[in-house]
Design a protein around this ligand. Structure first.
Ligand code: SME
Length: 189
């Protein structure tokens, strides 16, 4: 018999479909974000579905930035952060507002950049969904009424992958795509 815990925990082994992160220097990083921004704008022009936007942003960014190991959204749902669209190894399913870098971004409503996640208290200040993660950025996501609807989380296997360039572009992309009057919050059957 397998326990749920055993099945659900990510292994330290790098999955075959994910490569170790490679940090980018400032000019290459800016060029990659500019191309990604143009791709996101072009693909999502006129679209309003929240899940479609999240999935597309994940795909375009993970294909453009060489240090995006895990990329995805935790959506605000019944007072908790609940995993939404993501690309990467198995993510934690639920995160309280009081825990982890995601919880801190949600409760402070401010972007969090962590240069080395190993320097944080594990299980409280940082939650390790995947042991390969070494640095992280988490950006709060708002709707047009400035209500928190999600946080956007990116993990890198390298340390010091994220800086103010990431913060600038990610905040811009998320503002443009989600702080819109016509945003459809979820699927309707
Ligand atoms: N590291 C995050 C948890 C989410 S995983 O990185 C996908 C945190 O500390 O909140």
């Amino acid at each position: 018999m397998f326990s749920k815990e055993k099945i659900m925990s990510a292994s330290a082994e790098m999955p075959y479909f994910i490569r170790p992160s490679v940090n980018m220097e400032a000019s290459a990083k800016k060029a990659a974000y500019e191309a990604a921004l143009a791709g996101i704008r072009a693909n999502l022009q006129g679209e309003s579905n929240m899940i479609m936007k999240m999935a597309t942003i994940n795909s375009v960014l993970k294909s453009s930035l060489t240090y995006f190991y895990w990329v995805g959204f935790y959506c605000v749902h019944r007072g908790q952060l609940t995993v939404g669209p993501y690309q990467g190894t198995l993510g934690c399913l639920h995160i309280d507002f009081s825990r982890g870098v995601c919880g801190k971004a949600a409760s402070s409503r401010e972007t969090q950049i962590v240069k080395d996640v190993h320097a944080l208290a594990q299980g409280t200040a940082h939650i390790a969904c995947d042991p390969n993660s070494s640095s992280e950025i988490v950006v709060p996501v708002f709707n047009a009424n400035k209500e928190l609807i999600a946080v956007f989380d990116v993990d890198s296997t390298a340390i010091e992958s994220f800086d103010e360039i990431d913060q600038h572009y990610l905040e811009l992309i998320l503002r443009e795509q989600f702080e819109t009057e016509n945003l459809e919050m979820a699927y309707q059957l």
